[in-house]
Every structure is written in C-alpha cells, then in structure tokens.
Design a protein around this ligand. Structure first.
Ligand SMILES: NC(=O)c1ccc[n+]([C@@H]2O[C@H](COP(=O)([O-])OP(=O)(O)OC[C@H]3O[C@@H](n4cnc5c(N)ncnc54)[C@H](OP(=O)(O)O)[C@@H]3O)[C@@H](O)[C@H]2O)c1
Length: 99
C-alpha cells in the first residue's frame, strides 16, 4: 500500500487530504508544528484509521531539514503547509491613511 506525506496536517486542505487518504486505506504521514498540542492535532487522531495508519512528525518550514524524516521514502508528498508571515505593524491606522 502506498504511503503519502501531507504537510501541515492541521490545515484546512491538509486535514481533508489526510482523511481522504486514510479512507482509501493508505498509510499517511503528516507534519505539524507541535505534535503534543492535543487541542490542535487531536482531531487528526480521531479520523477513521488514524490510530493504525497515521504517523505524525514535527516539522517547521522555518527550520531547514525538519521535513526530511517525514518525507523520506514516501510515494508522494502533498505539500500544503504554508506560513502566514504578517509584518509587525503597530500603527495600522496611520499606514491606512497614507495608502
Ligand atoms: N483553502 C483554500 O480554499 C485554498 C485555495 C487555494 C489555495 N490554497 C493554498 O493552499 C495552502 C493551504 O491552504 P489552507 O487553507 O489549508 O491553509 P491553512 O488552513 O491556513 O493551513 C496552513 C497550514 O500550514 C501550517 N503552517 C503554518 N506555518 C507553518 C510553518 N512555519 N511550518 C510548518 N507548517 C506551517 C499551519 O500549521 P499550524 O496549525 O501549526 O499553524 C497549517 O496546518 C496555502 O498555500 C493556501 O494559500 C488554499
């Protein structure tokens, strides 16, 4: 049975991918930034087949090499993890007035 990695498993698209792949009986790896954060990742373990076929890895796009283990040897990668980089701006109103 093929094994796939879905990056950013807690995300909207990723969660549906993980669910669909598990339902098809595939082995699934997913990456999250904090596997111990039950409030964020707990729902993934509740998916049908997750306890038998899902593996969770810690990975952060801002840390080079942190995805290596999760993608090593899989048949395919669905890369949906996506950082939201919002520049700090403590004076939004002034900025709005000038644009
Ligand atoms: N949703 C749509 O309708 C849609 C349509 C077209 C394109 N897309 C694109 O598809 C991608 C995924 O969309 P989405 O809606 O599923 O996004 P999402 O729900 O915001 O999920 C993004 C995922 O990326 C993870 N992430 C954020 N920063 C990270 C980092 N530094 N390292 C590792 N993981 C990180 C988040 O993890 P945390 O939970 O830890 O924050 C989250 O799991 C995005 O590139 C989006 O632009 C989405």
């Amino acid at each position: 049975m093929p094994e796939y990695c879905v990056t950013g498993g807690t995300g909207f698209i990723a969660a549906y991918l993980v669910k669909a792949l598990l339902e098809k009986g595939h082995l699934v790896r997913t990456t999250v930034r904090d596997p111990e954060d039950v409030g964020k990742v707990g729902f993934l373990w509740e998916l049908n087949g997750a306890k038998e076929k899902l593996k969770m890895f810690r990975a952060d796009l801002m840390q080079e090499g942190s995805f290596d283990e999760a993608i090593q040897g899989v048949d395919g990668v669905f890369h949906t993890a996506s950082p939201v980089l919002v520049p700090n701006d403590d004076n939004v109103q002034a900025k709005l007035a000038t644009t």
